[in-house]
Every structure is written in structure tokens, then in C-alpha cells.
Design a protein around this ligand. Sequence first.
Ligand SMILES: Nc1ncnc2c1ncn2[C@@H]1O[C@H](COP(=O)(O)OP(=O)(O)OP(=O)(O)O)[C@@H](O)[C@H]1O
Length: 460
Amino acid sequence: MSAPMEVSLPNGSDLERPVAIAQPVAVACSTPAPSPAPVDDKILVSVEVLMNPSSIARVEEVRKAVERMLEKRSMSYSDGPVPVPVDDTFLHENVKRIFICDTDEWLHKHNVLLFWQVKPVVHVFQLNEDGPGEEPSEDDTLSSFNEWALPAKEFDGLWESLIYESGLKQRLLRYAASALLFTERGVNTCLVSWNRIILLHGPPGTGKTSLCKALAQKLSIRFNSRYSMCQLIEVNAHSLFSKWFSESGKLVAKLFQKIQEMVEEESNLVFVLIDEVESLAAARQAALSGSEPSDSIRVVNALLTQMDKLKSWPNVIILTTSNITTAIDIAFVDRADIKAYVGPPTLEARYEILRSCVHELLRVGILILNQDEDQFPLPSYSSLKEKLHLPGPMELQGSLHLSKLLFEAAEVCQGLSGRSLRKLPFLTHAALTNPSCCEASAFLRTLVQTARRELTEACG
Ligand SMILES: Nc1ncnc2c1ncn2[C@@H]1O[C@H](COP(=O)(O)OP(=O)(O)OP(=O)(O)O)[C@@H](O)[C@H]1O
């Protein structure tokens, strides 16, 4: 089992009440609504609508068309795609994907979410395809920061691909959304205090950096009616301080001048991501102990002061990650409201990560199914557990053999990070004797062996 994720925040129950802004699904009620509820009591469910890259339709029109389409359908709600109706020419021409989000927490508790219980909150967006803007360092080796206009094509699907125990992603999303709402409403900070600083810490490869980027992407979609522009600046703290400090000084100045320009425009929402934030503390320590040139202390302090100042801007969210799980000696991180431990994947997460990998290899035809294997898609972890406990006929149990193999692989992979798990199918494929035509069951058996080998190598 992985270490539990803890968010060092007061229980979020107050934040779970449905509110009038575009929030992820509200999980206010402890029992399902017994009958059609009045509008105000409905569960707000986010529906993300991705427009075609070439579409020039007005967002408002697309939103209304999707709302009309959803009203006509008597469907139950669960996370996943909703087919774009072929008979609706307008939607067909302009919409690439409609996706229902964040119902899993509700469904975990209540099993079903019916259309009359739901008020869909439709977010229409288009992806930015420009790619990252880089600020190269003087010696052109490592860039000191990258910049993306959000929502960016690179991060499409990233949120969904990250698998944690139930609730982690939703809690992060809710806290960030609440912080933005408090700012938006002008809550007096003398009376209620909060920060827009998030620290994710935990072992390497557990998806912290990806989660920060995915969170920024999600928020840029959910808040696009308030903020017309969203940017993510990824500061490479390590590269800032692994060079001569005189250069670092210039880089820091340049970086913050850029960020300052962005935040001054109040319709901009700016995310500043600082990876390996502990390297700032280490740099300061080195400067103080005299092992770095004398002007270095000024550079480190300048950066920390600038970060501190940034906090006061209402339209900035600072996202930080660290592989160090003990306290980090940096003032602005100290004041982070959200300090979430991101641990190695649980058995369920491992199964789901590997399941998504196998699905992908089946989708592209690298893996094939046997004739008697009608298991595409493979069952989710929860439905597999249910099926295995059912006293069903032997054939049914037999038809589950693929998912049982997958389950076994997930068990063997205890101790591997999410990053290693996502690499495992590739390593497995490379280890196959006949990689050109691979049956899923043979692949999964090799996957178990490859996982064992990886674990042995990792343990040295
Ligand atoms: N829980 C997870 N679910 C799905 N994929 C995961 C998970 N954890 C890690 N990954 C995969 O590993 C990749 C690398 O993760 P990432 O670099 O964000 O981790 P990190 O914790 O920031 O690592 P580091 O501390 O070494 O920088 C992710 O892009 C993702 O593909």
C-alpha cells in the first residue's frame, strides 16, 4: 500500500457545497436526491467541450447548443465522453469532444447520478497549439523557464491520465477553485486568510509536476469565462542555480519582469510552477555558508522576495513541487495552504495505470486479443473486484483471465513509481521474442517478469 495522501488543510466539507460558480461536481448531499430536485439543489457537473481547432463559432453559441443537447438526453451522468450528435450540424462542425468530468466522487458514494439530479456546467474551450515558449539560458544548455498559453495541446488528457486514490485530484481542484473564488469576491484578507500557493511533495516519479500542469490546465478551462488568458510559467529552479550567480541575477530579473507584465493585466490568470523547490533552499544555504560567490545570496534572496511579492497578486497561483517530504526552509512555501503528499500508486492506481497502457496498445494494434477474449475494454478495478466475488459460472470467471493477469501484474509492481509503471509496457514489448504479433495474455505474463526485473534492479 502506498502512503496515504494528506492535504494539510482543514476538512474541505464547507467547500463541497454547490455554489453558483463553475465548480467541479459538488458533493454536498450524503444521500442521493430521492426525487427530482429543485434547480438550486441540483448537483453541478462540469461538462468540458473542446472545440475543433479550425472552428470560429462563438463560445457562447456552442455552450447553448451543448446545453440544449444535454437537456434532450435522458441519460445518467458518469465521467467520460458524450458522443457529439451526428444529426446536429452545428455541433458536429464545431465540436471535437464533449466530456463529463468529476462525477466519480459522487458515484463512489451513491452509485448513480441521473439527469434530473444534475445541472450541467458547460465549459467551452479551444486548445492552444503554439507549444512552449522557451527562455534559453546564456549558454543555451538548459532553459531557465518555459511558458505555455493555456489550455495547451500538450496537456490535453494529462489530468485524466493521472491516477490517484479517490479524491486527491478533486480536493486540489476544489481548493484552488475556492482560492480563486475568494479572491474574485474580494474577501477581506484581514478577516479570512488564504493563499494561492500549492506544494506537492513526495517521492520522485509520482506525478507531482504533471499534476501541477494538469491542475493549471483544468483551472484555465473552468475559469475561462473570468480570465480570458491563462499562462503557465515553469521555472527551472535547478537551472537557475546551477550556473554562475551573476547570470542567475539577470535571469531572475528577466523572469520576474515577464511575470509582472502578465499579472498586471487582471484578465490574465498566471500559474507559476517551481519544480524542486528545495533547490532554492539549498542554494541559499550554500550562499550563506560561503561556498558560493558573495553576490549569490542577493540573487537567491531576490528570487524569494519576488516570489513573496507575487503572492499578493490576486490572479497568480504558485505551484511548487518537492521530492523532500520533511519541512522545506523557504518562507513562501511555509505559508502554502495546500501541502499535499503525493505517494507511490496504490494497488488500485497501479491496476488502472497498467490498464490504460494495455488499452492504448490494443487501440493501436500492438497487442491483439485471442478469439475467446472478449474483454475489451478490460474491467475497471472496482468492477473486477465485484466480478471476482460473484459466485458466477466458471466460464465467466474464465473470461476474466486477462484482467486477473493484469491484477497480478499490478500486485507485483508494488514499489514502482507511476513513472516506472508507464515505462513498463515499453520495456516489456522490447523484451518479447515475437514483438510483431503479440497476444495480450502473453504480453501480460512478460510484463510481470519485466516488473520483477525492474524491482530487483531498483533495489540494487
Ligand atoms: N499516479 C500516476 N498516475 C498516472 N501516471 C503517473 C502517475 N505518477 C506518475 N505518472 C507518470 O509519470 C510521469 C512523470 O511524472 P512527473 O515527472 O510529473 O513526476 P514527479 O513526481 O514530478 O517526478 P520528479 O519528482 O522526479 O520530478 C507522468 O507524466 C506520468 O506519465
